[in-house]
Design a protein around this ligand. Structure first.
Ligand code: ZN
Length: 258
């Protein structure tokens, strides 16, 4: 399984930087998990192949690229872009984004080949198939309804927490998975912003350490994602001091193979 966190920011020279404003993972160049920077950073092959997008939740940093992605592809789509999400996320998208005021309601529009945007709903706890991948959704603990996932192909399984604070069900799933290559965990804020992390249901390095104490696995690697760009260096430094084996920030843009 090939997984890439697409870039979303630029350095002084205009090249992709290591900071992460937006969240979009592309798996095997064909399936996206969240669509934060999908329109802006997808490679030509990803733009050509990705038609299935699985959403964790409806926060802007996870969906910002979705309207633009459908817009870019509108005249050329021979099959619709399919968004997989919970009912509440679809309601939010249709009410607050694809409402003709913020952006066109693509779910009502067609091109010469038919619909351009369709939805498939899943409920937290459901398992479903997207292309060659099996998703098992797990409700996590964020300010809005959010799911994490166990994602498997025929060779590997990875876990993605999504945006979250403390959680138990996710760790049960991680601990019980037959085989697991990598766990991608959020850590949005540094320790000094503990109060903000608590209010917004995110993790800090210290809280991440408590979370990882719930994990009984020793056979997989742990990667940290969703570090707020303004605090990235501090968070990385604080994570380093935790001395947790096999824990490192996921590199933006790098292609991981599991
Ligand atoms: Zn969020």
């Amino acid at each position: 399984m090939k997984v890439q966190l697409l870039p979303s920011t630029f350095n002084n020279c205009g090249a992709a930087s290591s900071s992460q404003h937006l969240t979009c993972f592309v798996i095997d160049d064909t399936v996206a998990v969240d669509a934060g920077s999908l329109a802006m950073a997808a490679s030509p092959i990803q733009q050509q192949q990705v038609r299935d997008i699985v959403l964790t939740h409806a926060h802007l940093d996870h969906i910002a690229g979705l309207p633009l992605f459908v817009d870019d592809l509108f005249p050329t789509l021979s099959s619709p872009v399919t968004v997989y999400s919970t009912e509440s996320v679809i309601e939010t998208l249709e009410r607050d984004v694809f409402n003709w005021s913020v952006y066109p309601r693509f779910s009502e529009l067609t091109n010469d080949n038919g619909p351009v945007l369709v939805y498939r709903t899943y409920r937290a706890g459901d398992a479903f198939t997207v292309k060659h991948l099996t998703f098992r959704s797990i409700e996590v603990n964020h300010r809005v309804p959010t799911t994490g996932f166990l994602i498997s192909d025929d060779q590997a399984t990875i876990a993605i927490s999504g945006d979250t604070a403390e959680m138990d069900e996710f760790w049960d799933a991680v601990n019980q998975a037959e085989e697991l290559s990598a766990v991608l965990l959020e850590c949005a804020f540094p320790d000094e912003l503990e109060e903000l992390a608590r209010l917004s249901h995110h993790l800090t390095p210290t809280r991440l350490k408590s979370e990882m104490a719930k994990c009984t696995r020793t056979d997989c690697r742990f990667y940290v994602v969703n570090l707020k760009p303004m605090h990235r260096e501090t968070i990385v430094e604080q994570l380093g001091k935790l001395n947790i084996k096999n824990l490192e920030p996921l590199e933006v843009g790098k292609i991981y193979e599991w």
